[in-house]
Unconditional design. Structure first.
Length: 96
């Protein structure tokens, strides 16, 4: 029974991370695109972009970029540790 609960717990953790990264980041990016394209409708046809929406859009893009860079660094942590002797995310130091 212990094995079944351990498997269910691990599966739940993987599912949670997949939902957060698999749908969360695209939703944040789409929100940034939506806010970035916001322009008020004016009679003259020349709209001025909403500055608050612009700032929030750039913050959304920054969050996505940081998440992607951290993901790449996490995947390459052993390569970085071996090549540059920099331990990221608990990578093992290279053997000397």
């Amino acid at each position: 029974m212990h094995t079944l609960t351990a498997i269910a717990k691990s599966l739940g953790e993987v599912t949670l991370i997949a939902v957060l990264l698999g749908t969360g980041l695209p939703v944040i990016f789409a929100t940034g695109i939506r806010l970035w394209s916001m322009e008020p409708a004016t009679a003259g046809g020349a709209g001025v972009r909403n500055q608050v929406a612009q700032v929030v859009a750039y913050l959304c893009f920054a969050v996505v970029i940081v998440a992607v860079v951290l993901g790449i660094l996490y995947i390459a942590k052993d390569f970085i540790s071996h090549t540059f002797d920099i331990q990221l995310f608990g990578a093992k130091p290279p053997k000397k």
